[in-house]
Design a protein. Structure first.
Length: 295
């Protein structure tokens, strides 16, 4: 990569992130017109318009959209190269983009992040939380955390932990509807289901010493594991959930574990996914090592 191009790419990315030349100027100490000229030089080199300028906003052109992902990858590779040859430049720093599901983010990740920031004060975090699966490359995340089986992809997968499933209900629900004692009795109960994942409606159980896949049903589906947890605590039905999600409610009695001898806890990996080229960036490497040690 042409070395002189790197600052121009960095400026272009910051303009996209902050939304205006003026915001970048305030951050860097340059004038807004100076920032605009830097981006214009990049456009002249590429011979395309990357940004559509107006008096009120900046909008990426189709060429700008296409270039954006490459620009981020180029800077990531440059930063990784610097880290390899200089221990000083290799310290963890810069913005770390993370994506995680609601349950993991709320119950495992968020309590850990203050310790990460205390250990690495030059890291800044941008945390995206969603129960909908994203495309990490398209979303330009540095680390995407997935719980459960993975589809084949070109992403680098690093196992950082394990989750086991538990079945539970509130004392109030059990007092009203009774406590299931066998796997088959679950079919007569209102089971709370996570929408968008077909496996979640089939619970692995043991019956007569053999494993079975039990299809369950209920009157509540949601795309949010956190919402299902709250509904289970409120007495809406029986839930099957990751152990980290239900740990607090089980510990204080808001939920009661069920069918522990009849349920397959189905251990599944907790995985950090990283786009190729980013795994050597110091902040990415430090974050993954931190999670492996803490989970």
């Amino acid at each position: 990569m042409n070395q002189s191009l790197t600052p121009e790419i960095a400026t272009f990315l910051r303009v996209v992130e902050l939304g205006s030349f003026a915001a970048v100027a305030e951050e860097t100490g340059f004038t807004a017109s100076g920032v605009s000229r830097v981006v214009s030089r990049l456009e002249d080199r590429l011979r395309v318009k990357l940004l559509q300028r107006s008096t009120r906003s900046l909008v990426l052109t189709p060429e700008g959209e296409a270039f954006l992902g490459y620009a981020r990858d180029m800077l990531a590779l440059a930063e990784a190269a610097e880290a390899e040859v200089s221990s000083t430049l290799g310290r963890p720093r810069g913005e770390l983009r993370i994506n995680a599901g609601t349950a993991f983010a709320n119950h495992k990740l968020s309590p850990l992040l203050p310790r990460l920031l205390e250990r690495y004060p030059e890291i800044a975090l941008d945390v995206s939380v969603s129960d909908q699966r994203i495309d990490p490359i398209a979303a330009q995340t540095d680390v995407t955390i997935r719980v459960g089986p993975l589809n084949d992809s070109d992403l680098i997968a690093v196992r950082i932990g394990t989750v086991k499933r538990i079945i539970a209900a509130s004392p109030e629900y059990l007092a009203t509807h009774g406590k299931p004692e066998t796997a088959q009795e679950l079919t007569q109960h209102n089971c709370l289901l996570l929408r968008g994942f077909s496996r979640q409606a089939v619970w692995p159980m043991y019956q007569d010493g053999r494993g079975i896949d039990l299809a369950v049903s209920g009157s509540v589906k949601s795309d949010s594991a956190e919402s299902l947890l709250r509904m289970a605590i409120a007495g809406a039905g029986i839930i099957r959930l990751g152990d980290f999600l239900g740990a607090d409610a089980l510990a204080d009695g808001r939920l009661v574990p069920l069918l522990e001898g009849h349920h397959d806890p189905d251990p599944q990996p907790i995985t950090a996914l990283v786009a190729p080229g980013r795994q050597k960036i110091p902040r990415v490497r430090a974050f993954i090592d931190f999670l492996k040690a803490e989970l």
